[in-house]
Design a protein around this ligand. Structure first.
Ligand code: DON
Length: 554
């Protein structure tokens, strides 16, 4: 009897498992690192450490150990879904008006560049938490590929070279940054190795001592000394007191699909839930032909507008402010918002009760993993804008984030992504700045989807458009390449990617009252994996908008 039961149990486990593992990330060295760790006996969570840490070395314009992350996890053995919140935290000496000048205006340079822009990083604490509570391997193993990449170097590629060019002035202010990004005093050429010996040493300290190798001891002392020397306010206690928080993800249903997505301090999950609740009344899939396309986009945009309005008013770190999550994600609340949408006319944002142009979305990074046990990771990691504060703390190789700009430095004043905020997201010591990062899982009857993307304020709408494409019945390769459009309440504009919409649709949207702004470039860097539970097949896809992305099934 017991044997039979065991057989039945193991049958149900293997029958429900993916045939292979899949990883999609923004850099081939990171995807390879993840597969290497799986081959060494690690699970998806160990692979997530390997991918994150390798990205921290080879794609540090986007994320890094001086930054933070949300890792959304699904553990197969008990079905647990949890968000590991490794978001940066304001140092203890931070205060609401810290970026205002004598005229009460926001000093954008201080908010974005140099160590005063940096919040206390969370990524390394996340690694230790992942390894201890979810992984199978020690950090000394899962950090190996990153250490190697830092020590031996990685070839420079156009995206990082462009970011170095853009950030050159700031990087040159700080000797430790200049030494890494201007080897021989020059911007690196394509293919030239970028070597980071100090970063390798710091990663080795973490491999040996875990979190303490970064937040205490030599590395911590060097970081604090360097930060303070250059005008920052970090203390050793700020570092020592940083802790990981486990958050219950936001969950919602959309026409038979179950969504598991980011919780505060991200705004993404709540906004996506609100938007999907509003849209659930319509059969959007039936509006995909030429005739109805403008109608579909109009409805989606009106839902976006309302969710971003709520973001600006209500959302912030739930450890500091009461966020009415139940209300904002409730179908009745969405029904109220839906009632105000005219199918014919755009509602000007100024008419919505409540309280301005965006950079592109390729800083920050996202990866998706599924292993053969059915464990999954959807992780978005960031240092905020490209190459972040531009400040490497001397002797550590750690490029510090500029995540303080994700707070609202002044009510109603747009941040780097044109996002506005109010008291809920004002600066307070120990508080985590409101994020848009939206790592997401969808569980459907026969399928599972894992997706996310960088892109600042547009992350939420990009994930939403990926989801709508999935709900339309399309495959993972389609979600990542789908043309994108975006509305964020203020500025009251409908942004579209270059060539995203045909002229007829644009004219129809204009006729409804939308101010359509076509961008010169394309946005985002989505990396997604999927699993067909019926056939066991897994699939992976990387956004075609960038060249280093890598999706691999093994
Ligand atoms: O957490 C956030 O929402 C931002 N710090 C993300 C920044 C980002 O995606 C930059 N990429 N364009």
């Amino acid at each position: 009897m017991r044997v039979l039961l065991l057989m039945l149990l193991s049958f149900s486990v293997t029958a429900g498992s993916p045939e292979k593992s899949a990883i999609a990330s923004a850099h081939y060295m990171a995807t390879e690192a993840g597969h290497q760790i799986l081959a060494q006996g690690g699970n998806a969570f160990d692979a997530a450490i390997a991918v994150s840490s390798t990205l921290a070395v080879v794609e540090q314009q986007s994320s890094g150990i001086g930054g933070g992350a949300f890792w959304l996890l699904h553990r197969a053995k008990d079905g647990k879904n949890v968000m590991i919140d490794g978001r940066e935290e304001a140092p203890n000496a931070a205060f609401a008006d810290m970026y205002l000048d004598e005229n009460g205006e926001v000093n954008r340079d201080l908010a974005l560049n140099g160590p005063l822009a940096a919040a206390i990083p969370g990524e390394i604490a996340g690694f230790e938490h992942l390894a201890k509570h979810y992984g199978k391997l020690p950090l000394s193993v899962s950090l190996q590929p990153a250490i190697k990449a830092a020590e031996e170097g990685f070839p420079a590629y156009p995206r990082i070279i462009k970011t170095i060019e853009r950030k050159a002035k700031v990087l040159k202010r700080y000797p430790a940054s200049a030494a890494v990004y201007f080897p021989n005093g020059q911007i690196p050429k394509e293919g030239q190795l970028i070597i980071q010996k100090d970063l390798a040493k710091t990663l080795k300290a973490v491999a040996k001592h875990g979190k303490a190798g970064f937040y205490e001891g030599k590395v911590a002392r060097k970081m604090v000394k360097s930060v303070q020397k250059h005008g920052g306010i970090w203390t050793l206690d700020d570092l020592k007191n940083y802790t990981i928080k486990e958050r219950n993800p936001i969950t919602t249903n959309y026409r038979g699909h179950q969504l598991v997505t980011a919780a505060p301090p991200s705004s993404g999950g709540i906004a996506i839930a609100t938007i999907l609740n509003i849209l659930s009344a319509w059969d959007l899939t039936a509006m995909n032909d030429d005739e109805d396309r403008a109608k579909r986009i109009h409805l989606v945009v009106e839902a976006m507008r309302r969710a971003y309005r709520d973001r600006s008013i209500y959302l912030g770190d739930t450890d500091f402010v009461d966020v009415p999550i139940q209300l904002l994600t409730h179908p009745y609340y969405a029904a109220g918002l839906r009632a105000g949408i005219s199918p014919h006319k755009a509602m000007p944002s100024a008419l919505l009760p409540g309280i301005n142009d965006n950079p592109k979305g390729e800083d920050t990074t996202h990866f998706s993993i599924i292993d053969t046990e059915g464990n999954m990771v959807s992780a978005t990691l960031t240092v905020n804008t490209g190459l972040a504060s531009g400040f490497i703390a001397e002797g550590t190789g750690v490029l510090l984030n500029n995540e303080m700009d994700d707070f609202s430095a002044k009510p109603g004043e747009p941040n780097a992504f044109g996002l506005i905020g109010d008291d809920a997201n004002k600066i307070e010591p120990g508080k985590r700045p409101l994020s848009s990062m939206s790592p997401t899982f969808v569980f459907s009857e026969d399928k599972v989807a894992v997706l996310g993307t960088p892109g600042g304020s547009r992350i939420i709408t990009m994930v939403l458009l990926g989801l709508l494409d999935y709900f339309d019945g399309n495959e993972v390769h389609s979600w990542v390449q789908k043309p994108r459009y975006h509305h964020q309440y203020l500025p009251d504009k409908l942004f579209i990617e270059k060539d995203a919409l045909d002229l007829k649709t644009i004219e129809a949207l204009k006729a409804k009252g939308h101010e359509v702004v076509e961008h010169k470039g394309r946005w985002g860097n989505m990396h997604a994996v999927s699993w067909n539970k019926k056939t066991g097949e897994v699939d992976a896809a990387s956004d075609p908008r960038t060249t280093t992305g890598s999706a691999m099934v093994k």
